[in-house]
Ligand binder design. Structure first.
Ligand SMILES: Nc1ccn([C@H]2C[C@H](O)[C@@H](COP(=O)(O)O)O2)c(=O)n1
Ligand SMILES: [Zn+2]
Length: 175
């Protein structure tokens, strides 16, 4: 391995930090979304830093995403994705691999909406870490921030210091 990537005992120094790791899992999950305009991913982590839930935005199980609309705009809301799509945060909570998500941290690429804020609060999640808050002026997101703050949920923004690249030919796999 390159010397500049090792410390004095030879330990790699450029490994992912916990927040980079968990937010990268959320972003990787988002890449599974078929939403043509916004892919969202979420990752739930327990106090022991174990991943207990992952999700991305998509249509409900058994509801064909080839038959339901993915449009953002239409004369009739029923011809848009909004009444149908499951949000990443909801899927991460429902996909949990533990009995509960009490006192967990939710890493999400996009700030939660009001409906997801309700789910976050009611499920016992205590911390929300987000990257993008592009809808902060929309009512649903003003409401979500109001709910999260009233419920004393810790809200913080993750500001990436570097990109994380998955290189299937990386030298740490194929030395
Ligand atoms: N916190 C959020 C906010 C939105 N989503 C999903 C719902 C839609 O699939 C998409 C937003 O669509 P846009 O209005 O940006 O075209 O993102 C979510 O999963 N979590
Ligand atoms: Zn939502």
């Amino acid at each position: 391995m390159n010397a500049e990537r090792e410390n004095k005992v030879g330990k790699r120094e450029d490994y992912l930090q916990w927040d980079e790791y968990f937010m990268s899992i959320a972003y990787l999950s988002a890449m599974r979304s078929k939403d043509p305009s916004t892919q969202v991913g979420a990752c739930i982590v327990n106090p022991q830093k174990k991943i207990v839930g992952i999700g991305y935005n998509g249509m409900p199980i058994g509801c064909s995403d080839d038959l339901l609309p993915w449009s953002r705009t239409a004369d009739n809301i029923l011809d848009t994705k909004y009444p149908y799509v499951c949000h990443a945060e909801m899927n991460a909570i429902l996909n949990k691999n533990s009995a509960d998500v009490l006192n967990c941290t939710l890493y999400t690429s996009l700030f939660p909406c009001n409906e997801c804020a309700k789910l976050i609060i009611q499920s016992g999640i205590k911390n929300v870490v987000y990257v993008v808050d592009k809808y902060k002026d929309k009512a649903e997101f003003i409401a979500s921030r109001r709910l999260l703050e009233m419920a004393n949920i810790n809200i913080s923004q993750f500001i990436p210091s570097r990109n994380v690249v998955i290189d299937f030919n990386s030298d740490f796999i194929n030395p």
